[in-house]
Design a protein around this ligand. Structure first.
Ligand code: HEM
Length: 125
């Protein structure tokens, strides 16, 4: 049998969009993140919605449009230090809380995102 995905359990793309909106409104105000993100986050947020849909077990929306995720490689142009990793995760944790993602999904999602964020670090402090 196939288990229900996290994506379905939390409410699908509508919930992913709420998380992404809340997340990038925090990124846009974070002093460590502002310098490496574009000023207009519209396209970044759209791609992140496609990615998180797929990442949490929904349709393979990101791959369909952008090809193989290669997330570490796509992040190499940006200096991602340990403190930027922490900042990114703080924004994401607050977004999951603001949207009201319930347990056990909140913790499972945050742990999966933490593993990927660790993998994205490419620059010492
Ligand atoms: C794109 C920073 C972690 C998913 C980007 C961009 C930056 C960035 C600067 C480019 C934005 C643009 O030019 O539009 C960071 C930092 C991280 C981090 C500082 C801290 C660890 C993650 C994680 C994920 C992720 C953990 C996924 C779980 C993405 C996606 C894109 C992206 C999907 C768009 C890629 C595309 O263009 O197709 N990130 N990121 N990032 N990031 Fe991250």
């Amino acid at each position: 049998i196939r288990h229900r995905s996290i994506y379905d359990a939390i409410g699908g793309v509508e919930t992913i969009k709420k998380i992404v909106d809340s997340f990038y409104s925090r990124v846009a105000k974070h002093p460590l993140l502002i310098p490496i993100f574009p000023e207009d986050l519209t396209e970044t947020a759209r791609r992140q919605t496609l990615f998180l849909t797929q990442f949490f077990g929904g349709p393979r929306a990101y791959e369909a449009e952008r090809g193989h995720p290669m997330m570490r490689r796509r992040h190499l142009p940006f200096p991602i230090t340990p403190s930027r990793r922490d900042a990114w995760l703080d924004c994401m944790e607050e977004a999951l809380n603001e949207v009201g993602i319930e347990e056990p999904y909140r913790t499972v999602m945050f742990e999966k995102l933490t593993l990927t964020a660790n993998h994205m670090m490419n620059t010492p402090e």
